[in-house]
Write a new protein. Structure first.
Lengths: 112, 250
């Protein structure tokens, strides 16, 4: 076992643990995180597995395959996060608007 | 220049001078979004006051005395707890106006660059039932065009192309804050773009709801204040990004 392997495994498991313990999340999200942690750990422990998969897909090295997939994955999560952000923005707008309408001040009467 | 409406073989513009129908100005609600306009808001409100319209000031969480200045005038004051942007402020004001019986809703800038006297030019085609939405344009009369600073002129023409391509509605002056909407139009148009991209969003909505629209010439005064306060030219980039995101996510 090389030095990098335990480091990577530790980071992976810590990240998964933090997510599962701290973040309030849906069952689906939790399953995805667990799947990621398990797959990640497996790939770190036996790197040749990714190389074999890469070869069957026509990619030169296992590392390359992992990089391609993680790039696509992070792009996807970026988009998901972005649309969530927009959704939150809309909700915040609604709340702010309703508050403004509820607290409307009519300064018309005293000046007429 | 391509006149609006031509692309669809229809001309939405009104030929000649349209008859000014008499109506009660208190059914006209002027929505004035204001963000840090304490210096100039009093002047704007004083110019509007004698005309008898209902004035709705939306304070978009200004850090200065905008709300206090507005409160000294005969207006309805709506206050956003956090800054949302001009589009959101217009939508808030519109919602209030619709709930309180507005027949016509006018969008009017707080910074004094619009001429209160020209509101009647915008409301006339709606009052006479010819149009649902009337846009003010700085590009219909030579002397109005001459007032627009050259760099701004170039930018606005580019904005016109972008909006035209995205919405299929070709106005001579897309990003003009002075416009009027009938009650029917205001009810069918929902602004979800909080920022400045709402100007293009309105066109999208006009097209979607198949509203009748026209442009009328207006004069925009470029004071030192409005030039300093107004949108920096670089912000055009942000507007375009907002529009692209809007097209992707809506």
């Amino acid at each position: 076992m090389t030095l990098i392997q335990p480091v990577l495994i530790l980071i992976l498991l810590c990240a998964a643990a933090i997510f599962l313990l701290r973040m309030r999340s849906k069952l689906m999200d939790r399953l995805i995180v667990v799947a990621f942690a398990v797959t990640g750990t497996a790939l770190v422990v036996s790197p040749q597995t990714s190389t074999e998969v890469a070869h069957t897909l026509g990619v030169g090295r296992g590392v390359d395959l992992v990089i391609y997939l993680s790039l696509l994955g992070s792009g996807f999560f970026l988009l998901v996060g972005f649309s969530k952000l927009r959704e939150l923005e809309q909700q915040l707008t609604q709340i702010t608007r309703q508050l403004a309408l509820l607290t409307a001040e009519d300064h018309g009467a005293e000046h007429h | 220049m391509v006149p609006p409406g031509d692309r669809h073989g229809r001309d939405h513009r009104i030929a000649g001078g349209c008859a000014l129908t008499q109506f009660d100005p208190s059914v006209v609600f002027v929505v004035i979004p204001a963000y840090n306009e304490a210096q100039v808001l009093a002047g704007t409100l004083n110019s509007l006051r004698p005309l008898g319209y209902r004035l709705v000031v939306v304070d978009d969480a200004s850090q200065d005395a905008t709300a206090q200045v507005a409160a000294r005038h005969p207006v309805v004051l709506l206050r956003h707890a956090i800054n949302l942007g001009q589009g959101a402020a217009l939508e808030t004001g519109t919602e209030w106006a619709l709930a309180h019986g507005a027949a016509i809703i006018v969008h009017f800038d707080a910074d004094g660059q619009h001429d209160a006297g020209q509101i009647s030019t915008l409301t006339a085609p709606i009052a006479s039932g010819q149009c649902d939405v009337v846009f003010g344009s700085r590009f219909l009369r030579a002397d109005d065009i001459a007032r627009v600073p050259p760099a701004k002129r170039l930018l606005l023409r580019a904005g016109r192309q972008v909006s035209g391509l995205l919405t299929g509605i070709w106005l001579s002056d897309t990003h003009n804050g002075l416009r009027a909407l009938s009650r029917r139009a205001a009810r069918s148009i929902r602004l979800r773009e909080n920022g400045f991209a709402h100007a293009t969003e309105i066109l999208d909505e006009v097209r979607r709801a198949n509203l009748r629209y026209t442009e009328v010439p207006v004069t925009v005064e470029y004071t030192r204040y409005s030039r300093a306060k107004g949108q920096p030219i670089s912000n055009a980039f942000n507007i375009v990004i907002d529009l692209i995101i809007r097209k992707m996510f809506s």
